[in-house]
Design a protein around this ligand. Structure first.
Ligand code: 9WO
Length: 231
């Protein structure tokens, strides 16, 4: 899959995708991340991407022209499998199900908002969807775009070393935790400062371990994420 990012801070994306499974998948050619500088689609001396909001008020708004020109030059013959996503605090809440849907698209282009916002015609006439990663305000869409790309990338075939392991993480429908949080994990030492790893995990009794993990996942979900529990 090809991910395009449209931003006024292209250097921001040098870090997030230089490590781990996404970096390896990129090197292997399973996915490509192409970062575009929005200012490349300005024509004035100052490379202006923003202007004052109609109606007055604080701050500046990203102008529509550079954003439309960028998308139209990146995808001169845009198809239905090429989706434009606007990252904004006003968007539809991103979740694992949305990531699953996006992983079946051919190509994604993520627009990162900055300043006080983006001209609304980008949301209504350029973007296929407007996405928020959570109920908080960031300084811009870049961190959110990195989150969406990482989440979608690890669902692509060939990205994880173990082809099936994505299916068993938190929030996935398969495995023993059925839409709950992942079960807690322990490793050596079995006794760390007097805090012991659960005996059952050292027992080698796989049926007991399976039951313990399911119960631990339900308890942790009830404590930290009661909203995920059925009923
Ligand atoms: C500022 C603001 C102030 C009071 C009430 C609501 C408010 N929303 C915003 C706002 O959205 N500011 C944006 C900062 C303007 C454009 C880029 N910014 C942004 C993107 N902040 N947060 C995001 C974002 C993107 C995706 N998921 C979560 C947050």
């Amino acid at each position: 899959m090809i991910f395009h990012v449209l931003t006024i801070f292209p250097e921001f994306f040098e870090g997030p995708f230089a490590h781990g499974v996404v970096s390896r998948a990129r090197d292997a050619g399973v996915l490509d991340i192409r970062v575009h500088n929005l200012r490349d689609w300005t024509s004035d001396r100052h490379k202006t991407v923003d202007d004052r909001p109609f109606g007055g008020g604080e701050g500046m708004v990203l102008k529509p022209e550079p954003l439309f020109l960028a998308v139209e030059s990146i995808w001169p013959q845009r198809t239905v499998a090429q989706k434009v996503l606007l990252l904004s605090a006003q968007g539809r809440l991103f979740d694992q199900a949305m990531a699953n849907g996006l992983s079946h698209e051919g190509e994604l282009l993520l627009i990162c908002g900055r300043y006080e916002g983006v001209d609304e015609r980008v949301a209504t006439h350029l973007a296929d969807d407007e996405i928020s990663i959570g109920n908080y305000v960031l300084s811009g869409g870049e961190l959110a775009a990195a989150v969406v790309i990482d989440t979608v990338a690890r669902l692509l075939p060939g990205v994880l070393g173990n082809e099936t392991s994505a299916a068993f993480d938190s929030f996935q429908d398969s495995g023993h935790t059925e839409g709950l949080l992942d079960c807690p994990h322990w490793t050596r030492p079995a006794d760390f400062r007097g805090w012991k790893a659960p005996e059952v995990l050292l027992s080698g009794n796989h049926e007991e371990i399976r039951r313990f993990r399911g119960q631990a996942a339900r308890e942790k979900t009830a404590r930290l994420r009661p909203d995920l529990l059925p009923g």
